[in-house]
Design a protein around this ligand. Structure first.
Ligand code: SAM
Length: 286
């Protein structure tokens, strides 16, 4: 154990921190806390070796995963937390850890994570489930615009959302989230967690997913164009694409054929690369 790790082993229990800071979990903030160090260590390990990485944690709560990430040797840890009660609780941890740990009291939806610390930087979080999807889409867009802005993301979602992110074409859960995530990143399912490991237990199971930004996206095309095409295609997912995409360009069938796609196919049958081809061809037809 190094000197900087030593104070982490003598911290008060998370239950003690919660009691002293009146941290009764709030449903409106998606507060389902992980208080078992073995589990938070497992989440931190799912992010890989963090010893050369500046880590950003969204929604640290009372700080269980925060402790594990510091213990795992992150070069620095910047935590963004909306709940001022948690910020106060984390202040105690900051006094022990010192400069390696920064707390930002803010809504993560309003924070540009790429300005918080030097690269290489990674996000590791047990996300508040009510804002998990917009947060993920925002980070994917940043990766699309600057490939080196994040070296990885290790994120916990409710299992149903994780399934939508990792879904393959042809499956019921394949949609916008799968296409946009897999277009920009390699997506690796790490493990599931049952409700019983959280305080309080949520109604749903949870899953940890690791995102590794691809060196280049599967197809080179502007984020906004891909997003428009994918949204429109899945907007009416049961319809054939020649109907679902109607109105985007004058000649919908010509556009689909130019992209090498059968106009009678449906959005859920298209691979991520085919969506890319469709987005590339869009420029010639709009
Ligand atoms: N990381 C902790 C753990 O694993 O025990 C807490 C995770 S809890 C599921 C989600 C955390 O996100 C809560 O601490 C909550 O206050 C915080 N939170 C909710 N909405 C937020 C937002 N928009 N921006 C930043 N933090 C938020």
């Amino acid at each position: 154990m190094s000197d900087s790790e030593a104070p982490l082993t003598s911290l008060p229990s998370l239950r003690d921190v919660m009691a002293r800071h009146d941290l009764l979990p709030k449903k409106s903030l998606g507060q389902n806390f992980l208080l078992d160090g073995n589990i938070t260590d497992k989440v931190a390990r799912a992010a890989g070796d963090l010893r050369q990485t500046h880590v950003i944690e969204v929604g640290p709560g009372p700080g269980g995963l925060t402790r594990s990430l510091l213990h795992a040797g992150a070069v620095s840890l910047t935590a963004i937390e909306k709940d001022s009660r948690c910020v106060a609780a984390l202040e105690e941890l900051r006094e022990v850890v010192g400069e390696r740990f920064t707390i930002i009291g803010a809504d993560a939806l309003t924070v540009d994570v790429t300005t918080l610390c030097p690269a290489p930087r990674a996000i590791v979080a047990n996300l508040p489930y009510n804002v998990a999807t917009p947060l993920l889409i925002g980070w994917l867009e940043q990766i699309a615009k600057d490939r080196s802005c994040l070296s990885g993301m290790t994120l916990m979602f409710q299992k149903e959302v994780a399934e939508r992110i990792a879904a393959a074409p042809g499956s019921k859960t394949y949609g916008r989230l799968a296409v946009m995530a897999q277009w920009q990143c390699e997506v690796h399912w790490r493990f599931d967690l049952p409700p019983s490991v959280f305080t309080p237990p949520p109604k749903v199971h949870s899953s940890v997913v690791h995102f590794k930004p691809r060196p280049a996206p599967l197809v080179e095309v502007a984020w906004e164009v891909m997003e428009r095409v994918v949204e429109k295609a899945f907007g009416q997912r049961r319809k054939m694409l020649r109907s679902a995409l109607k109105g985007m360009v004058a000649d919908t069938e010509g556009w689909l054929k130019a992209a090498g796609i059968d106009p009678e196919s449906r959005a859920e049958q298209l691979s991520v690369a085919q969506f890319g081809a469709l987005a590339v061809a869009y420029a010639d037809f709009r």
